[in-house]
Design a protein around this ligand. Structure first.
Ligand SMILES: Cc1cc2nc3c(=O)[nH]c(=O)nc-3n(C[C@H](O)[C@H](O)[C@H](O)COP(=O)(O)OP(=O)(O)OC[C@H]3O[C@@H](n4cnc5c(N)ncnc54)[C@H](O)[C@@H]3O)c2cc1C
Length: 367
């Protein structure tokens, strides 16, 4: 089916089954996602027996579907850590039993995950992490401290890296585990951020128990690279930047008390055109990546480009609001968005490290 025929079919489905008013109703959202999956519009990359629609290898069709869903604010595939990062990792590395146990309830939101990589002494250099996992016949006992763990206060489970080979001090001695948060050996201490929210936490693992090792013992680094790759393409994914830019455009078009709009200002229009070009570039780069025909460099640039867009869009929104001396919910939302964009430049690999990777692996320069 060509793109236009697919678009028409998706639009008809949305017109019949989705009302944007339902978007804040979790039950309606869950029901809609289940129906959309049944019709083959969501989770094509997940096999049917694991709760997906089992139509792999059609990323361009998935992109068209995502665009149509976004146009009417219909809930597409959630892009958080659970669905966009852990599920593809388990499909790649998990045992059959782990896939059966963890993938379906993660797709429906019954299980939610946080990521336990960073530690007080290990961030960019994860190979130096110190949390240990000790095998004792009945499973693994995990001891150490994780930090900056996003969503740890709400998550039911954690995927994490721990050192299983005591004689190593680098990446080679790490293994990848799944852990239940609700157990006596797990202590979560929320950390308050600049925004006043506590989006992440320090998690103390004091003899926490698990039996779930993903992949082979000592090969956790390879498993975690798969999760990180999905994290970076999620952060650099075009959909969220298109949404953000659309919100900026709405803001610039909102009439001020005197009836004028920021959009009428040629300097603002000039900046908007520049940003729109970046957002379009990111969208087209996403399409190329999905087609599998993008070469070595493009996949490496997604996260860094996304970081730049998020920061510049929210900075311009704040400037527009400042000029208009408008305060209130809009300003607070954009302020949080801008502060959040500073965090994105650090999370999932800092921008400096991204530049290093692009230079070395993408351009063949010395790192
Ligand atoms: C909003 C947010 C959410 C996060 N969520 C999670 C989470 O859920 N789970 C989790 O495990 N972690 C999470 N993190 C932590 C994040 O992964 C780390 O902060 C990040 O990897 C950087 O590590 P660090 O803070 O130890 O800084 P460091 O690694 O100590 O870096 C300090 C500075 O040195 C620079 N630097 C370091 N190495 C190099 C290099 N080789 N080349 C050039 N420059 C370098 C960095 O760019 C940075 O400017 C989150 C962070 C943020 C901001």
């Amino acid at each position: 089916m060509d793109d236009e025929a697919l678009r028409a079919r998706v639009r008809a489905f949305l017109a019949a089954h989705w009302s944007a008013e339902d978007r804040h109703d979790p039950v309606a959202v869950r029901r809609f996602r289940a129906l959309a999956t049944e019709h083959g519009y969501l989770f094509g990359w997940v096999p049917r027996e694991l709760g997906g629609s089992g139509t792999p290898g059609q990323p361009l069709a998935a992109r068209v579907i995502a665009e149509e869903f976004a146009a009417v604010r219909a809930p597409g595939e959630p892009d958080g850590m659970s669905v966009a990062m852990l599920v593809p990792t388990l499909l790649e590395w998990g045992s059959d039993e782990q896939r059966r146990r963890f993938v379906p309830p993660t797709l429906t939101g019954e299980l939610t995950w946080c990521q336990g990589y960073s530690e007080p002494t290990a961030g960019s250099d994860l190979g130096s992490l110190r949390t240990t996992a000790h095998a004792d016949g009945a499973g693994w006992e995990i001891t150490g401290t994780k930090i900056w763990t996003s969503g740890a206060t709400e998550a039911s489970h954690m995927f994490l890296l721990a050192r299983t080979e005591p004689d190593t001090t680098d990446r080679s001695g790490l293994s990848y585990f799944l852990l239940t948060m609700a157990q006596p050996g797990v202590l979560v201490r929320p950390l308050r951020q600049l925004t006043g929210q506590a989006g992440f936490a320090e998690v103390t693992l004091a003899g926490a128990r698990t039996t779930e090792l993903v992949g082979e013992r000592g090969r956790g680094w390879e498993v975690s690279r798969s999760t990180l790759r999905h994290e970076r393409s999620m952060v650099g994914g075009p959909a969220r930047h298109e949404r953000l830019f659309a919100a900026l455009l709405r803001l610039a078009s909102t009439p001020r008390p005197d009836g004028t709009t920021a959009l009428a200002d040629p300097l603002v229009r000039d900046e908007l055109v520049g940003l729109h070009a970046l957002v379009e570039q990111q969208r087209l780069a996403g399409r190329l990546r999905d087609s599998g025909d993008s070469g070595n460099l493009l996949p490496l640039t997604a996260k860094l480009a996304g970081t730049v867009i998020a920061e510049r869009v929210s900075a311009l929104a704040l400037r527009l609001l400042d000029t208009d001396v408008l305060h209130g919910p809009d300003r607070t939302r954009w302020l949080h968005q801008w502060l959040g964009s500073l965090g994105i430049a650090i999370a999932a690999g800092t921008s400096n490290v991204q530049r290093d990777i692009i230079a070395a692996r993408g351009l063949g320069l010395p790192s």
